[in-house]
Structures are given as C-alpha cells and as structure tokens.
Design a protein around this ligand. Structure first.
Ligand SMILES: [Zn+2]
Length: 392
C-alpha cells in the first residue's frame, strides 16, 4: 500500500503553529484551515473545507481510512473548534499568539482551549492517513468555527444532514476537562428583550416614554423568572451540585442616547443555562409569564428575541464512546459541566458525543493560558488507545 508523508511536526510544534493564527471568534480562519488542509493532505488524508458561519469562516472535515458505512457509522470523530476567545487582557506576559515555553508550560491563547487537543487530533489523523495501513473504520477530524460565540459553526454543519450521515457516529470533543470524561453539559439559551419607548426632550418628559424606566419593571420580572427557575430540579440536577437548576443571568443592558433625551429604546440580554434534558420552551415560558405581569403600559412594548439556543448535551452512560473512554482512563462515575459546547448541536443532529481533553477549563479564557507538555503527552496516549478501539 502507498505510504504518504508522515506528519511533519510533533504535537507541541504543531500547537505552536496553530496558536500563531489569530483565530479569535468572528475573524477569518481561512489561513488556519488552509494550513491544516495542506498538512493533512500531504499525509494522505482526504480533506474538505466547508462553509461555516461566513465566507471567511470555514468548518473543516478530514478523514483517514475508508468512508463511514451508512449502516453502522462505525469509526471515530475527533472534534475541536478553531476559534479562540480574544486576548486583550493587559496581564499577558508575552505575545498571546506566539507560543512561549516556560518550564513545563506551553503558554498562548488557545493552548488549553483548545488548540492543544486540536494539534493532537490533527497529528493522529495525519499518522493514520500516512501509515496507509488497512483500517476497518475511519478516523475523522471535525474542526468547527465560532464555537466560543455559541457553537455557530457546528450548527451550520449539523444542518447538513447528508454530511453528518457520512461521518462516524462516535464523537470525542476535546474541550479541556482535566482529563475527565463528561457526558452531560448545560445549554445556553440567549435572549434579547427589546423595550420600545418614545424619544422626547427630557425637559418635556410627558411627550415621551422612557424605555430605561420601563426596563426597571422588566428587570424585576426577570428576577422573578430567575427565582422560579432556581426552584426547578430534574433527573440531571444531582450532576450539577454547585448549581442544580437552570440559572438565569441578566448579562448586558444597553439603552438611551444622551442624558437630556427620554430614551426611546433599551435592550436587555439574558442567558439561561438549561439543564441536560431541558429545552428552550420551558425557560421561555417562565420569562414570558413573568413579563405578562408587567404594568399594562409596558406589556406591549417588550419583545423577546431568541438570539441563540445552544442546547444541552446528554449522552447515555451506556453509549459506546462513554463506555470505552471511561474504561480506558479508569473513571467510574458520570460527570457533568456547566459550560456549553459543540456537543449540544452535534448531539441534536444524532451524533454520540462526550467531552474529554487535556488542560483545565479554569485556565481557559484567561491571560497566560497554558497547557503542559505532560498533559499533552498523557492525552496523546489515551487518544491512541481510543483510536485503536474504534478504528483498528
Ligand atoms: Zn473550547
């Protein structure tokens, strides 16, 4: 069988190359995707770049081994996101987009969340493709854009049923979980409440309707909705002991034009962290019912817009990906986390997802984000075992 080029870089060197692409959410990731596509193609993988959230924000799908059988959908998908959160914090001690080594630490934006895992995944697909050894089932890489702003890239991909059906069903998403297997996470339902008033000179306030004034009543309604949701318990609550209910956060408020103008509009952004097994209508009803209690003058001046519904993830304990991975690492319990990921939309599209990856989430989204060489090496060993279980 034809042997292709082996991967050109070791995992840490590949991580350095990935960190060097400024792939902050919302910016172009074309250069990064082109680099990954060239790297994998040289090794013999089949690579497709597909439109993600815009012409310059792509999703990438790569495969080593045979196409997935439509019947069994056996094989394994290693899934990561190509975007990173901004790196504007003044506390950065070096260029966030130049990987710096300090002792065991590899420091840079995305080192932990989640270009470290992505580097491991790319090299494993590259190695599988270049070895040319007959493999029973495919090993795939899924690289999604704009995860950090609500799994927008994964949602586009999940909407392409034919493409999803051509992938193995079993998916490992390499979010930094400290090497723990996570089979549940909360969702994130984002709402915008738009209040419409009427502008007027602030010296003649009787001619206007102050939208910020109305927002005060809306905030009290939201506080009541949050209190109602805080009473809710479900089958999965016990997996989230710190916050066993769907938490409602009023995160952002914007309104008005100037201090001498009665404000014509105000917008309140709300995020609700739904528990696994819950869906948006339950939370929307709680919000709408409390808004229905507003003073009559405001009831018709508030509009609720769903900005993004990033669903929770709930993978059954007996799912193959959960069973095999927990066995490999020797984990006996089922675990959940309170952050959302691409697993929500991919699960809705019929894929069987768990989270597991090197590094701790509390280092992510912070200045001087890092992963250690030891974490990368240990994760690589686990990945190799997982791949041989699903693909060999
Ligand atoms: Zn992430």
């Amino acid at each position: 069988m034809l042997r292709m080029n082996p991967p050109a870089l070791d995992d840490a060197a590949l991580l350095a190359r990935l960190v060097a692409f400024d792939s902050v959410s919302g910016r172009s990731n074309v250069a990064l995707c082109d680099f990954v596509a060239n790297y994998l193609t040289r090794c013999g993988a089949s690579v497709e770049q597909v439109r993600g959230t815009g012409q310059d924000r792509m999703n990438l799908v790569a495969r080593a081994g045979p196409p997935a059988s439509a019947a069994s959908r056996a094989g394994l998908v290693l899934c990561g996101h190509s975007d990173v959160v901004p790196a504007d914090e003044p506390e950065w001690e070096s260029d966030p987009f130049a990987l710096r080594e300090a002792g065991e630490r590899l420091i840079g934006r995305g080192a932990c969340d989640m270009k470290g895992f992505v580097a491991l995944a790319i090299n494993r697909v590259a190695r599988a493709a270049s070895a040319g050894a007959p493999r029973r089932h495919p090993l795939c890489l899924l690289l999604c854009c704009d995860e950090e702003v609500g799994s927008l890239g994964a949602r586009v991909l999940a909407g392409d049923a034919a493409r999803i059906a051509a992938l193995p069903r079993h998916v490992l998403i390499g979010e930094p979980t400290g090497g723990r297997v996570i089979r549940m996470h909360k969702g994130h339902l984002k709402l915008a409440l738009h209040l419409t008033g009427r502008a007027a000179h602030s010296g003649l306030p009787h001619l206007g309707v102050g939208a910020i004034d109305g927002a005060a009543d809306v905030l009290f309604a939201l506080r009541r909705a949050a209190a109602r949701l805080a009473e809710v318990r479900t089958d999965t609550s016990s997996f989230f002991p710190e916050c066993p209910y769907p938490a409602l956060n009023v995160g952002l408020i914007r309104g008005g034009a100037a201090v001498n103008i009665v404000p014509a509009d105000c917008r309140i952004d709300v995020g609700i962290r739904l528990l696994p097994g819950q869906a948006a209508p339950m939370a929307l009803d709680a919000v709408r019912e409390e808004l229905a209690e507003l003073p009559a003058a405001w009831r018709t001046r508030v509009r609720v817009e769903v900005i993004n519904d990033n669903p929770p993830m709930l993978c059954p304990a007996e799912a193959a990906i959960h069973q095999v991975l927990t066995r490999i690492i020797g984990q006996s319990e089922s675990l959940g986390v309170s952050f959302a990921s691409d697993a929500g939309v991919l699960s809705e599209a019929g894929m069987s997802c768990v989270l597991w990856g090197p590094g701790e989430m509390d280092r992510a989204h912070r200045p001087n984000e890092f992963i250690t060489r030891g974490e990368l090496t240990a994760a690589g060993t686990v990945l190799d075992r997982l791949i041989s279980e699903f693909c060999a």
